[in-house]
Structures are given as C-alpha cells and as structure tokens.
Ligand binder design. Sequence first.
Ligand code: ZN
Length: 685
Amino acid sequence: MKKIIVLFVSLTAMAGCLGKEKTAKENMNKQEFNYVADQFADLQILRYRVQGFETLSLKQKQLLYHLSEAALTGRDILYDQNNRYNLPVRRLIEAVYLNYQGDRKSEPFQALETYLKRIWFANGIHHHYGQDKFNPGFSPEFLAHCIGRIHANQLPLRPGQTADQLMTEIFPVIFDPAVMAKKTVQSGRQDLILASSNNYYAGGITQKEAEDFYAKMMDPNNATPVSYGLNSRLVKEEDGTITEKVWKVGGLYTQAIEKIVAELEKALPYTENDKQKAVIEKLIDYYKTGDLQTFDEYAILWVEDTASEVDFVNGFTETYGDPLGIKASWESTVNFINKEATKRTKVISDNAQWFEDHSPIDKRFKKKEVKGVSAKVITVSMLGGDCYPATPIGINLPNADWIRRDHGSKSVTIENITEAYDRASQGNGFDEEFVWSDEEQSAIRKYGFITDNLHTDLHECLGHGSGIILPGVDPNALKAYSSTLEETRADLFGLYYLADPKVTELGLTPNAEAYKAEYYKYMMNGLMTQLVRIERGKDIEESHMRNRQLIARWAYEKGKDANTVSFEKKNGKTYIRINNYPQLRKLFGTLLAEVQRIKSEGDFKAGQQLVEDYAVKVDRPLHTEVLERYARLNLSPYKGFVNPVMKEIKNTAGEVTDVILDYTEGYAEQMLRYSKDYSFLPAYN
Ligand code: ZN
C-alpha cells in the first residue's frame, strides 16, 4: 500500500514551464538522449537514464546485473495474476503479430498491433489504471483468418486442443465486453471477488467465503502477525473445500520462481557486505518455502540494511490488485543510491520525530518514538513485474504495519524516473489550458518542481510511517477501502507540512509561499484534470486517484461557506481558484486528523463513507469539458518506460570485465525479446 504513482498534473504542469527556462545546453542534452520511445492509444513510452552507472565498481555492476535478470524473470507471473487468460491471449496475439504475412499497414493489423502494445503495457487484457477490458478494435473474423495461417505449434493450445477449440474458448475473452469486464472491482455493493476477473481467487469463491477464511487466521492478540494470504491463490475446489495454492518453488508459478532463485543465487558472490548477502539468502529461503514468517524475517533484514549502495525489491509486494487487499502482485525494481540527492531526504528523516510530534492528529494515535525512517533518493536500473512499464516515482516498504512500527521502513524517491517525465513533457501547453491565471502559472514555474518532489518525499519518508493502530484493532479493518485511505493519509501528511514554516527553516523550500504551487496543482488535479484518465461515463477506481479526489472534493465542500476554494468560469471554461491558502491548509489538517482516527481505530463505516461520498463519483459535465479540452492538446494521459538493455562484456577467457547499458531498444522490440527470453510459465496455471 505504499507505492506512489506519478501525480499526473505535476509533471505535465512543470513541463510547460521548465521548458522555457532550460538553457540551450540542457536542450542539447535532451536531444542527445531520446526520452520518447513510442506513443499509441492513451500511452506514451519513455526511456529513463541511469546516471552514475559507469562509475560503480565492477562488482556492484555484476550484482545489479543478476538482480536485473531476476527482475525480468518474474514477468509472466504478473500476467497470470492479473487474469488467467492473459498469457494465452498475449501469446496468441504475439504469434499473429510475428507471423502475419498480409499488409501490415492495413487497418485491422494496425488495430491488432495497438491491442498487443496495450496488453504489454497493462500486463494483461485490462487497462492498468481504469481496470476495464480493452476493446480489440479488429474483428473475430480477422483474428480467425490470421490464426488459420499459423502453424499449430505457434499457438497457446491446451494439451490436445485444436485451433478451433482454442478460438471457441478464448474469443469471448477477447471480444465479448461482458466477459471478464473488469480486472479489479474495488467498491460497490456487489461481491467484489466475483465481480473482479483477476486470478487471486478461483473456483467461484465468494467475497464472504474469502473474508471468513482469513478472518479465522487473524488473532487480535498477536502483535506481530504474518501477512496472511499474501503469496497464494485462494481456490474453492469442486467439493467445496477452500485451499491456498502457494506461489513458491514446488508450488504455483514454480517454473518462474525457480529461475528467480537461480539469478538471486548468482548475485550472492557480488554482494557488498554480509548484511546484504543475508537479505538475499533469506529471500531465496522464502521463495523456496513460501513461509510467511520467513518473509517477515526477510523484510526486517531488508529494512535494516541501510548501508548498501545497491538495493532492490523482488517479490509479492503490493496488494492494490486484490479488492480485499490481501494478495500481492509480483514486482521488482533494481537500483542504487543517488548520494547527492539523498542529502535532501536525510534532512527530512533526521527531523522525523519533530514532524510526528507536531502533526495535527490526536495524541493517542501518535508514535511516541519514530523508528528508523530511512529515506533515500535512488537511481533505478531495471524495472520488472508490477513496476513495469508503468512505474512508481517513490516506494515505501515493507507493508506490514508491525514491522514498520518495530523496525521502521525504507522510503525511496526514484529521481531518474521523475527526471525522464520532466524532460519528455516539456512545453506541451497543459498549464496554459488549465491553470487559472498567470499568477498561479508563474508560481508553478518557480516552485512546482521543488514542492512536488518535497511532497513525494514527505508522503513516502514520513506520511506512511506516521501514526499507530490502537492495540487490538485489526490491521485489515478498512478492507477494500484501506489502500485509498492509506494513500489519503500519506498525501495529507505531506500537504499539511508543505506549508509549515519548519520546512522553510530546514531549507527544504526557498520561502514561506512556495507551497502554494503544490496546493494549486493538487486541487486542480484532484477536482478536475486527473479526470482525463477516466473514460466518459465511468467512475474512479484506482486508489491514488480516489485519494486525490477525496482530499480535493472534501476540502472544496468543507471550505465552501468560507469560499476557500472556488470553481470559476472564463471564456466558457472552468478553472479552480484558491482564495485562501492558510484556510485550505487547516482543512488538510482537519481531514488528516479524521483519516488517522479512522485508521487507528479501524472505523470501517466512517472510512467507507468518506470514500464513497467524495472519492468515487465523477462530476459528469465537468468531466466532459475536461476531456474535450485535453483532447485538443494531443497528450497521452499515461506514461511508462522501456528498460535499458544490460549487457555483460566478457574477455576471451569468458570472465566478465564490464557491464554496460544500451538505451536503443524500442518498445515492441523489448517486449518481444522479454516474451522470448523470460517466458517461463505455461499458458494456463
Ligand atoms: Zn503512498
């Protein structure tokens, strides 16, 4: 629950302005490195640069190399977790794409290519953000025609299955909008598990059955519970019994997990110190046993290793994809520290206790002693699983509340990803279209980049780690609303402190007015511009988007009488105006206190009400207007990344003498290579 995804507007907003201030030299640098790799549907694919890689030691590079191989190796796991037909559909469409002999410029083939590119991006047949199944844009007849020309050994057939039988089975999944319509349904009155078509639960198990299954495992008196159900599929067998199929060596996904373990083992000789070695060994042990106690031991070793320069995430980590917030998707990042930029986050973490003590929440919910907030800025060198191609700009782990309480958490800001977003989206006209006046635009120009980074730092380093859950409160009490409310809490913590004189005193912002840039962008985004990511007629599903609208709508409604924030019209267009910034800060503080209370007390009803009242429903006329204005700008609302290609250089004796990065690989090229070299799972699991 601790991943921050890019706040859409901030990057486009700062883009419009930074562009004008760039020097000629920087513009030249931009041309030398090609940040944009591809653009299609609602997506733009970027490249990120791994600054400083060349200056690492050979040993560190080799460590990064093997961790990177492990990061790519788990790719198919995520496909299968997202939907049980994702692997056969991807392999089928790839086979057509590679073997098609007709006109590749024809309309149906172009549609098929776009469909495949969207599947690669989403790691499946549903939109990565909106959760809706893709409309393929070509006909079943066209696909059947293509399949008819492919040799059967190229098709993802079940044992004994014919091509015709494959089509009968799989075409409704591709073409019928009513079949598996949504990946994850996060709210509503229906059975969330039955309504979701992801693969965390199977055999027709109901939400009630799954909740009961895990409720039985919870012991409210256990202060250090394992993350029940984190690494398994819950299956209802034909006789009605319910069992967990654990993802481990010898269990579900063993073919891929064995390969991950093999790469982790190859990484061991290159570790920087014994602590780091112990982290990787424990992770291997966990993959081999699937034991969640071992996973916690691993998480503790990992969070306590703050001395190593190279670091990674590899495993079943975030639970956004499960409506019950229990089961984790597989992901990986591989990275090393950015020492210069880490000085900023060090100031924040050094003052963690001050921030906790002065937070506007009830004393009963505060941490008496803030433990080990280790914050750093990192450079990623490989992304995998649920961090690829859509990538977070910050990560805060581990997720288990008691580990965070007793051992602290590691918080990172991924600055080479932020940098790529920034560079790729310069001068796109977004600000000019949506920001109220020159005054706000100029504030964003001056302070947008600084305050946006600082908001991310505060969110990650302090926000998620602050506060406590009262003894005896079930950490899963907020159920389907927990992700949204947790992000809300962390965002509010950051927003509240951005305007505090303390951050200026610490030298984190240049003056006491700078925070206004981020406040403006946040409100504009939450009330209006993030809606460009929602299709007409749809509601908001994704946790981070919900959290932003929750905060912005709530503050707007509660400040209405005092005219704190208003909607204004100019030339028939709607704008946000903030009329009283200090008052808005107070509102953020009030809401932070309430959301903390909800988490600390496990007040499900109040949490549900907040989310359903403010976070989900979309203002239809405003949505339509925003979509139309945005469409005229010709921008992509979602962005993701291709990885660099990491290559070992060997001498004639076969010894590795260097590891180098190549940035020239294209998007489709990379995806096809991964499908060829890192496809370890059978089509059906
Ligand atoms: Zn977060």
